[in-house]
Design a protein around this ligand. Sequence first.
Ligand SMILES: Nc1ncnc2c1ncn2[C@@H]1O[C@H](COP(=O)(O)OP(=O)(O)O)[C@@H](O)[C@H]1O
Ligand SMILES: [Mg+2]
Length: 214
Amino acid sequence: MGQFITFEGIEGSGKTTQIRMAGKYLKRHHIPFLITSEPGGTPLGRKIRKILLNRDSYGICAEAEVLLFSAARVQHVRDVISPALSEGKTVLCDRFSDSTLVYQGLGRGLDHDFIKGLNDFTSAGLKPDLTIVFDLPIEIGLRRAMERMRLAVSAAPDRFEGEDLEFHRKIREGYLLLAKQEPERFRIIDSAKDVISINREVCSYLKGIYARKT
Ligand SMILES: Nc1ncnc2c1ncn2[C@@H]1O[C@H](COP(=O)(O)OP(=O)(O)O)[C@@H](O)[C@H]1O
Ligand SMILES: [Mg+2]
């Protein structure tokens, strides 16, 4: 089985930037890997992602939201993540079940144990070997996300980026709480630092996980 590594953190914390750089590190070391993301990662997931992130006029209640994310996840685990791990590949995943726990649990206020059960169901018992949380003050993260949006074609915040500061604060605190509960799985990186320093830290954690395996 390959290593399953998830990248978590608030909007604009640098997950996508760092996952790409981590991929380059694995490539340099001739470690077979796959980079994927949630929601997305499969054709079904990409359709669901559009529904979830678009700020259309119709409502999506918290209960519907968690089930949509879950539908995307179960397909992703079955079709992409599990097969790659079985082939011995390292899977780098941009968001996974911890996102559901913090966004739909703490953020939307759904029952924590219910989401845990749902996560177990959708991930078929699959747990990340390592989860890196990119932690930074929400104001910096949101500023970066806004700047990224300004540079991109679609210049409108998605449903989550458009939430108020209190929501994002809860998400940040939620990740720190999860990390405290499972210190052996989580690593927290101060993401207010520059891209290269953060990458160095990510690589040291990757190195650690391969050293642990052998
Ligand atoms: N350490 C950093 N310092 C400054 N800007 C950064 C840093 N990491 C990423 N960025 C920039 O911030 C924006 C958000 O980064 P991104 O990787 O897309 O975050 P996420 O995927 O977590 O939402 C991008 O425009 C990116 O270039
Ligand atoms: Mg991203």
